[in-house]
Design a binder for this molecule. Structure first.
Ligand code: 4AD
Ligand code: MG
Length: 458
């Protein structure tokens, strides 16, 4: 008997097939048992009719428990009403073999608290929404590589054990490295800036680490980031690459994960709109816009967002307090991004709040050639990018201003001495992107085993 996966049942209508998987749910009625079987590729209803199987098999089906592992053989029937993922097919069961009978599976269809589910993450990943999100994540990761490889980028593995900070010193994870101190990589960017002088266009793609000490919906301590870096590229050219890249990722999910998006209840019409160009505003204008939103809220006005709904997620207008020079917090991004139905580029942040390597505008050095891409619907920053300082002396000055130990950056300064060029790059956070595409409230569901403040287990 052919072993078939559930997402390929449509190719086997009328045939007898074998499915291997786990019981997601069972209900029974008289001479019928309905087993929702999941096999990793989907969920399918297997009907066990007393008249079609021997007594032992029917008895086993009647007593089967949630998450028991089973092998089921039967005939594939097309029935548009059949539930499941993708649904529309069911199995007329002729035999059922129990591999292991599960007892007292702790996660039931009823509501569970977030901490309980996180404690049981090793089991929670089996639940259909988690399954759907993590499959979307896999598509996002595939699409990232496919687009960059196709565009001529060369993948470079950058080190995880690093001697120095790149994205601020306040969130470094320190590890003992024999007789020295090392830090888990916050980014692979500095190494990629060396790599472009050999390969022109590169990317690194792997886990990055930040000791984020606050609990938010947007921060993990271990997250995956893809970081493309491009020689002879200015900020405006970079943003064009970013928007094409995002459009490809979203389109890949729309075409490859229609079933998963349905399981998640995602409004795909919103994702269909992710077609470049994306709007661009300056940091200066963004601050004015946020102040304007705040003033209207304080005056008791209703602000209508891009969905035609009253602005969501701002319980108190005081959360939108901002003056020029401040970095955006979650509330600022939440308010701003709801006003657009596409991702929004915010360009030209204050130099003082951004990383040391960003190129200041020569005519206005208090702002730098940086741009964040903020996802719509209140999701906020998914990409941080910039044009990099290409002059060694400017870079040395910035390293001193940031009070970084210059001796650790000698090699990084060195690459500016041998054919330096204007160059740019960006980093996209996988989990934030997946959370946005899936419409998930919290980034923790976008990682198989999330690492956060107070959580390293399982
Ligand atoms: O803006 P960030 O800090 O930029 C960099 O690390 C640059 N070196 C990237 C580059 O230019 N090569 O981080 C980039 C992205 C953010 O936009 C966000 O999506 C994600 O990484 N990110 C996090 N995701 C989850 N948890 C955290 N704690 C994150 N910190 C950043
Ligand atoms: Mg950033």
């Amino acid at each position: 008997m052919a072993i078939v996966s559930i997402n390929h049942l449509s190719e086997h209508i009328g045939q007898t097939v074998t499915l291997q998987g786990w019981v997601y749910h069972r209900t029974g009625k008289g001479k019928l048992n309905f087993i929702q079987l999941r096999d990793g590729s989907g969920i399918c209803q297997c009907v066990v009719f007393k008249g079609n199987v021997d007594e032992a098999t029917f008895d086993a089906a009647s007593k089967i428990t949630q998450e028991s592992s089973v092998i089921i053989t039967g005939t594939v029937k097309a029935d548009p009403r059949a539930p499941g993922v993708p649904g529309g097919y069911e199995i007329d069961t002729s035999s059922l073999q129990v591999i292991q009978r599960a007892a007292d599976y702790p996660i039931s269809p009823k509501e569970h608290g977030a901490e309980f589910l996180l404690d049981n993450r090793h089991l929670w990943i089996r639940s259909s929404k988690q399954w759907a999100m993590l499959r979307v994540r896999a598509t996002v990761m595939r699409a990232i590589r496919a687009w960059l490889d196709n565009a001529g980028f060369v993948e470079m593995s950058t080190p995880i054990l690093t001697p120095s900070a790149a994205e601020g010193t306040s969130n470094l994870f320190e590890v003992d490295y024999f007789d020295e101190k090392a830090y888990l990589a916050q980014t692979g960017q500095l190494y990629n800036e060396a790599n472009i002088f050999s390969f022109s266009k590169v990317y690194c793609f792997g886990p990055t680490f930040r000791a984020e000490k606050s609990k938010t919906r947007r921060h993990l301590t271990e997250f995956w980031m893809v970081e493309p870096e491009i020689a002879f590229c200015n900020l405006d050219q970079l943003l064009e690459i970013e928007e094409q890249f995002i459009a490809h990722i979203v389109k890949s999910v729309l075409t490859q994960n229609a079933n998963e998006l349905k399981v998640l209840g995602r409004d795909t019409a919103k994702l269909e709109k992710m077609i470049p160009p994306f709007p661009r505003i300056s940091y200066d204008d963004a601050v004015i816009k946020i102040k304007d939103i705040q003033a209207k809220l304080q005056a008791g006005e209703t602000i209508i967002n891009a969905d035609g709904q009253p602005l969501q997620g701002i319980d108190d207008p005081a959360l939108l307090d901002i003056t020029w020079g401040m970095d955006f917090g979650s509330p600022h991004e939440t308010a701003l991004t709801q006003m657009y139905d596409k991702p929004l580029f915010v360009k030209g942040f204050p130099t003082a709040i951004k990383a040391f390597y960003m190129e200041p505008y020569p005519e206005r050095p208090e702002v730098c050639m940086s741009a964040d891409l903020l996802a719509p619907e209140g999701y906020g920053e998914i990409i941080g990018g910039s044009q990099r300082i290409y002059d060694a002396d400017v870079l040395i000055k910035r390293i001193h201003e940031h009070q970084l130990p210059i001796e650790n950056y000698d090699w990084y300064i060195d690459i500016r001495k041998y054919g330096s060029v204007p160059h740019s790059g960006f980093g996209l956070g996988v989990e934030r992107t997946v959370a946005w595409i899936c419409g998930s409230e919290h980034i923790r569901e976008a990682a198989p085993f999330p690492r956060m403040l107070n959580r390293m287990k399982p």
